[in-house]
Design a binder for this molecule. Structure first.
Ligand SMILES: [Zn+2]
Length: 268
């Protein structure tokens, strides 16, 4: 599933479409619109004022009460093509035609994703927790949300109401870099471990954004190109391979219902 670095990369690669007007929206599946606060027709001739991201959501701001939120679910892609492009993907559910000669294509074979047409985005996005790449996400905040919690630190990192945008890949990678086992009780982390985890999260997310995100299968950036951070993963997807640091075999265990990858030597 695309996480913060992937959605941030899509946002950055689509930035040049800010200011363009919507000519028309072509829907191939009505049910891909998960919520409709206003009729689709009301978006015609509106300009894309801003392309933003919150957690794992992409947000097109048209005007104050006309917003399009895109969620890519498991297998979604959202990218630009020339309006005249005949490139035909199988599972294109929506195409947004723009005044700049481009179209934005929403494709999602497994259909866990969707499009939300919202009057009030805050009502929808307001429940999301702190963004990990902001100053508000710091050791004091991480300390506050972990104290006296018995839940596994891995599961806590995935709670979108506390921290928004981290999923399975970046939780595992951050915990490896910080030397912390994913099944440790969140409340058992020392002050030094909290510092180290906070730094590791920011570092791994930033490095992945620099590499245009992680592509295992489905994810593509806003130009429909693969990311390259999969080359730099140290534990995620590497079960039964050797640890890059100590040579121990990477172990995979289910924690809170999610497959978790770690090194028993390097992570305590
Ligand atoms: Zn190791």
């Amino acid at each position: 599933m695309p996480e913060l670095p992937e959605i941030e990369t899509i946002k950055r690669t689509l930035m040049a479409n800010q200011g363009a007007k919507i000519d028309k929206i072509k829907l191939n599946r009505e049910d891909i619109i998960r919520r409709r606060d206003f009729p689709l027709g009301q978006l015609q001739n509106k300009s894309i004022g801003e392309i933003a991201r919150r957690g794992k959501y992409l947000w097109l701001v048209l005007d104050r009460d006309r917003n399009i939120i895109i969620h890519l679910g498991m297998s979604g892609r959202f990218y630009q093509l020339d309006e005249t492009s005949a490139e035909a993907a199988k599972h294109v559910h929506a195409e947004i035609y723009l005044s700049n000669g481009k179209k934005l294509v929403f494709e999602d074979p497994r259909r866990f994703g969707g499009i939300y047409l919202l009057n009030d985005p805050q009502e929808f996005l307001g429940r999301l927790g702190t963004e990990p790449l902001t100053e508000e996400f710091n050791p004091a905040y991480l300390n506050k949300i972990t104290r006296q919690r018995k839940i596994a630190i891995k599961s806590l990192l995935l709670n979108q109401n506390l921290i928004s945008g981290i999923g399975n890949i970046y939780a595992d990678e951050s915990l490896f870099r910080a030397g912390i086992r994913p099944d440790r009780a969140a409340g058992s982390l020392t002050a030094a471990e909290i510092d180290s985890l906070c730094g590791a999260i920011k570092q791994v997310l930033n490095k992945s954004i620099d590499a245009q995100g992680t592509t295992f299968r489905d994810y593509r950036n806003g130009f429909n190109q693969e990311g390259s951070f999969q080359k730099y993963l140290q534990v995620y997807g590497r079960e039964k391979e050797q640890c890059t640091r100590c040579g121990e075999i990477i172990y995979k265990q289910t924690i809170g219902g999610r497959g978790s990858h770690f090194c028993v030597q390097c992570q305590k």
